[in-house]
Design a protein around this ligand. Sequence first.
Ligand code: GAL
Ligand code: ZN
Length: 727
Amino acid sequence: MIYGVSWYPEHRERAQMEAEIDLMVQAGVQAVRMGEFAWCRLEPCEGVFHFEWLDEAVDLLANAGIQSIVCTPTACPPAWLVMRHPEILYVDNRGVTRPFGGRRHYCYTNETYRRHCARIASAIGARYGRDPRVMAFQIDNEPAQEATGRCHCSACEAAFRTWLAARYGSVAELNRRWGTIFWSQEYDGFDQIGLPVNPIEPDAMPAIRAYYENPSLRLEYERFCSESQHVFQNVQRDALKAHTDKPVTTNGTGVATNSIDYYISFADLDVYAFDAYPSLRDGRISAFMHAHARGVKAGAPYWLLEFVSGGGHRLSGSGRLQPFPGAMRQSVLQAAVHGCELLLHFQFRTFPMGAEQLNYAILDQDGIPRRRFHEMRRTADDLVRLADLLDRTAPANEVAILFDYDTHWALRIKPVNEPAFDYIDWCGRIHDRLAEAGIGADVVPFSADLSGYRLVIAPSPFVMDEAVKTRLKTYVAGGGHLLSGFLAAAKNPDNLGFQTSLPCGLTDLFGVRVAEVEPVFAGTETRIALKTAGCDATSRWWLEMLEPETEVVHVANSTLSPPDGAPQTAGTKPPAGTELPAGTEPPEGTKPLAGTELPAGTEPAVFTGICLDTFRAGLPVLSERRYGRGLAAYLGTGLDDAALQAWLVAMADKAGVHAAPWRLGPDLEAVHRTGNGREAWFLFNFRKEAVCLEIATTTAEQAFDQVDALTGERIGNTGPIPANGLR
Ligand code: GAL
Ligand code: ZN
């Protein structure tokens, strides 16, 4: 992994640059990113370029053995450009124009702005595209950050109408698909369609309270804006690529998403890159963002172009806590182990001016090397020690978590339990509970190739098209294990509900129907007996009562029996246990309906989670069924973390997933890498005290005799793993 920092030579005199580069060398810096906010220095007036200062920085760095990453400065259009073309300014959802004086004050759709961006990107490409001292290019900076992803200017409105016209062909078709007859919203022409005004982005303010817009319009607007960012990025990519073969990318914001579909936008860039500022004080494992990053380009290595460097002052909010000693090193090595190939701390040294004055950095304003600097040096040395092992191996996981931007947007557009339930948080919880049990997972899009995974988890796949449903059925029929969370297949890609039973188009796969739904608020939780996991759970966020697919069970006078062995009624399976003894015939009424084609081997659903209290006592919320050669399980509710983990581990076990051979636990992570005949485990302790791990599996009885790749020590089982440390 290439290790480095971002740096602002445009703030520096030559002597300061030299002194700082000396310190960079001491810290182990190999790459430096520059220029992303320096348009007024690169092009002080139209067509007059001044690269001398950047040349000088690139040169001084190269002399010190440090490679440069040069950015296009388009996150900050300069005053001369804004004054000449005020129409390029960003207009928010309230119609307020973002004035010059901050950053990200531009419209990404505006053709004039795109032309100027192409010009400066092309000048940068021409200058550095073949310069051996420059290793890569970054486009813009965190596109759509700071609530700038949804512009409401007239150019955006016109472009949205044109985009819709191309997608729908006729306004009649749009009316039909969006259901605009509701509230008398039918359009007579595309020119009547306006931009939705109430935002779903973090940090954006509602334009009009209690004003409920068409969810189909809103979802298309999300897609349009995401696509417009994609085109904006590609305009610059093309300009750079005309001059270079080096990697060109931009810095996304990881699982904070900024409402850009990174699966689409990064398909046109050479490497997925993102920025991350995990708290290095809370002992959390922060592994979900790495799993997500790995999945953006099908497992290819990714970059972290900005990574936290410390605490103290901060751009927004109230400042940031300093990392625990060792936590920065630990999290950098964690990134490397998860598949990150380049990581730059933001930033090397703080500065006195501007909105980010005195912001956290490796070096504070006085430039004196202190603990964060020394920790960086130590990390750089560790990366050298691990280089060979990391080069020859790659993360190897048997579990995939499906992640989808349409689902994320649709659940923001019409939330089901806000702010308690958040789709991305839910995906992350599932990932992290598995991680803490020694089970690594990849996070992949609905379109990913699933054939290599033993277990696929779809946390609440709310918006699904028919092709995805078919692929999941094929995966399970062929022997895959699939777990679906609640709210599955409730919407089509037009963000419309269905008029068939939930999960729509998948009841034949799961063998169940959803009978009734409601949110779970604090105080309305239900206790649930989790048969598979052998424990009780508490429902969270959302609850879906299930019934067998083959008969209608009315919840009010259900015949389903409680789990305590009370008599069973025809049409249900015993809730206790998940497997029928061989040769058992399913009771009448649970056989598939005549005419439904089910793969050979399919069995009726078995209910493995039963409500224990409230008026729902005895009713099912979790199910499992053999479908073809695989297994499909439906989780009708969120679960508390402990029960969620127990259930996931039990299901992973059924799927034959191999867990780490140690007993882990909260705030502990084991990452597995294989390749070239080698196998390595990386054990991370995010706790504030040392831990010694116990062997968990029988394979471990073949006496563990491990060597720590970092220290060369023979450590038997694992030896103690220090607080905020790793083995
Ligand atoms: C990022 C941004 C950087 C800097 C950083 C920390 O979101 O890309 O330019 O502002 O936050 O403040
Ligand atoms: Zn605009």
